[in-house]
Structure formats: C-alpha cells, structure tokens
Write a new protein. Structure first.
Length: 419
C-alpha cells in the first residue's frame, strides 16, 4: 500500500494511478476518513490528558472538591471510551480503503484497462517451421503414454494432471535444474509451505481482491498459495533488517494451487491452466532505491530468459499495461513462450517490481547506512513453473514420428537425446 503522507501530498498522481489501473476507489472518501481518524485520535489524546491532569490534582484538593473532580474524570474517561469505539470502526474502514490503493506505475507502462494494451518489447529465438503436421502437447503425451490425463479427472476432477514415465522424471528434474541455476545466480534456495494464514495474503497483495481464486481451508484458518511469494513476503514481516544484509535473494520452491475461478472454458485442454502445479520463484528484498530495484528487475528477467534459451524455446518479452499488471506493481514484464498448436505466444513467466508497496503491507524495513529505517523494495519473478513450461517444451521440439528431441541442456539432465 501507499503511505497516507504520500497520498495527501501526491493526490493527483494517486488518482491518475487509480484511473490507469481501473480501480474502484474514491480518494475523497479515503481522505475524509483519514481526517476523521486524525481528529478522533487528537480528541481522545486531549481527553486522556484532561483525565490525567484531574487525577494529578485529586490528592491536593479539599475533600468537598473531590467528588466534582471524580465526576469530571469519569466523564472524560467515558467520552474517550465512546470515541475509541468510533475510532476503531473508522480506522478499520480506512485500512480497508488503503489496501485498495494501487501503486504508482512507471512512466513506460502502456496505459490501458487490460492485456489487449500490452506491448511486445522484443522477440527471441526462431519459431519452428515443421515439414509435417505438428501435434499439440496432449496428443504427444497420449501417443507416448506420458500421462493419465483422462483417468485423473475421475479421481480429482477437471484441470488436474498426472504425468508418468520419462515426462514425470523430466518435470522433477526441471524443477531441480531451475533451482540450481537460480542458486548459481546468487540466490538462496528455500522451500516454503503452500499453506498460509490470511494475513500473509494481505501482506503479499493477493487479498482482499482475489479471494475467489484461492482455495480456503476454513477449519485451519489457512489458504493455499499460488506462489512461494506469499510465504516469502511475510518471512521477514515486522523485522528491521540491517542494511549490510541486503539484498536478500531467495529461490523459493513450493507446490502451488489456483482455483481458476471465473476462467471456465479457457484452456481446459491439457496442461496450460491447472489447479495444482510446482514453481520456482525468484524473490528479492533490496534497498529502497529506484535504480537498485531497476537493476534487480533486469537481473530477474535475465535469469528467466536464460532458462528459456537453454530450453531452446522461442519467446517474447511483454511490457504489461497498467490495467493488467495488478494493484501493487510498479512495473511488470511477462515472458510469453511460443506454443505451435495455438500459433501464438503464451505467458510462462512474470517479473514484477513493487517498490515499497508490498513492504509497507508486510512491514519489511531496513536500516540504511545513514541509520534511518525505511521500507524496503521487493521484486519477484517466475524462474520456472510446471506443467505449463512442458507445453512449449514438448511442442517446439517434436519430431515427425511423434517423439520429442530434447534440447542439449535436458539431454544431459535426463540422459538421452529423446524424451
């Protein structure tokens, strides 16, 4: 979220961000509540001071004056209590509105309400041209007996997958390979649980706006996360990190869960949009310096692109529009991999800079070299997510006989030229 001081001072910029990100939020209502909360706090403090002054005089006055002083003290206390109740309600309403205030997007972000306004930054790799009729990934999987996609539906319902044989081995080795590559890039490998309390989702920014996309476990008062970012954001919540400990670099691995509410009819075939998957997530906590976080944004993209290049998958980098980037993003780049059966690129990675928007929600602070305590900047990016990455991997490397010739990096990993 943004600080109230910033919202008051930069109201025009905030209103511009609200419009650009198509957020339903009234700044007048927010600032009015802010003024009410500040007024109530001032009045409560004055009543408390009045009661303390009366109490301090009590022992020095004549006995016949004590009853009146007692009445005044009681009256001040009762009034303060009434105002505290009102303050609690209005402060809660103010915090709810603050949770919906979007981050200010960077100047280079395309302005628009949805993904149709996204722009292509560049394209990398050569889109394959087949001299045969290529198969989609489902047909390849079925032909090679690499999964039980229809059987698992009877067990677990739609949008589930069940890999087997060498494809199951490839998925597990891919995740280990991704974790090792990001670790070699200076990140600390870390495994985190998929379950988290509601506060962790509020800290990360997924709540309150996307509860319908998230699996809830009400008996445990927990939710299932769709990314390791949920746990990693709250890992240092409430701490003041010494400046020489920054940047904190994590390569977070976890099973992930996504309900896909409201996406009926979209990518129901195969592995592109499933309820459960695995992912290695890059996560950064760094100094609150725009140039520093911009440098890490570029580094996160570089690491993700390096993996796609090693997998020999053509891809394009997208500059995400203000309406598609989400509430807390300052800048967001998607990486889309080429899917031959669809004849288009599909998103496989997402790189985001949030400046201190997320750190303010999670209360992640650090002490700079000047001794001042500030909210940190945070960033995140997909390193690799499966089974989604298997779709372009299988389809781009298929052969005329329905086999898959693996890129060199995977041949060494799994042993063999073909899957």
């Amino acid at each position: 979220m943004l600080g109230l001081d910033f919202i008051r001072a930069e109201r025009a910029a905030v209103e511009k961000a609200i419009e650009a990100k198509a957020v339903d939020l009234n700044v007048d209502e927010l600032l009015s509540l802010d003024a009410e909360v500040r007024r109530l706090k001032t009045e409560i403090e004055a009543l408390r001071a009045q009661r303390n002054t009366i109490s301090a005089r009590f022992k020095d006055v004549a006995p016949d004056e004590r009853a009146e002083l007692g009445r005044q003290a009681k009256e001040a206390g009762a009034r303060a209590g009434e105002l505290e109740s009102e303050l609690g309600e209005k402060d809660g309403a103010l915090k709810s509105l603050l949770m919906r205030v979007p981050n200010i997007p960077w100047d280079g972000a395309p302005i628009g309400p949805d993904e149709t306004f996204n722009t292509v930054v560049r394209q990398e790799g050569v889109v394959p041209k087949f001299d045969f009729e290529p198969l989609d990934h489902v047909a390849l999987i079925e032909q090679n007996d690499w999964a039980d996609l229809s059987r698992i539906v009877q067990v677990s319902g739609s949008r589930q997958y069940c890999l087997k044989g060498r494809l199951a081995l490839l998925e597990t080795k891919l995740m280990g390979w991704a974790l090792e590559r990001i670790t070699e890039g200076g990140f600390t490998p870390i495994t985190v649980p998929s379950m988290a309390r509601e506060q962790a989702f509020l800290n990360q920014g997924q709540f309150p706006g996307h509860k319908e996309e998230t699996y809830e476990m009400p008996a445990d008062e927990q939710w299932l996360a769709g990314t390791a970012e949920v746990a990693l954001t709250s890992l240092h919540s409430g701490e003041i990190i010494e400046g020489d400990k920054l940047p904190i670099l994590y390569a977070g691995y976890s099973p992930c869960f996504r309900r896909e509410a409201g996406s009926a009819g979209k990518d129901v075939r195969g592995l592109l949009r499933v309820h459960q998957f695995v992912k290695v997530e890059q996560y950064v906590v760094c100094d609150a310096d725009d140039a520093v976080s911009a440098g890490w944004h570029a580094r996160l993209l570089e690491l993700a692109e390096g993996m796609l290049q090693a997998l020999e998958i053509p891809y394009q980098v997208i500059e995400t529009s203000t309406g598609d980037m989400g509430l807390g993003k300052f800048r967001m780049n998607d990486i889309e991999s080429w899917v031959p059966s669809l004849g288009k690129y599909r998103e496989t990675h997402s790189c985001s800079t949030l400046h201190d928007w997320q750190a303010r929600r999670a209360n992640i602070r650090y002490r700079g070299s000047d001794g001042k305590v500030r909210f940190a900047h945070t960033l995140n990016n997909t390193a690799l997510a499966s089974p989604r990455i298997l779709v372009p991997l299988l389809e781009n490397h298929q052969t005329a006989d329905g086999r898959v010739k693996l890129p060199k990096a995977m041949q060494e990993l799994i042993g063999g030229e073909y899957l």
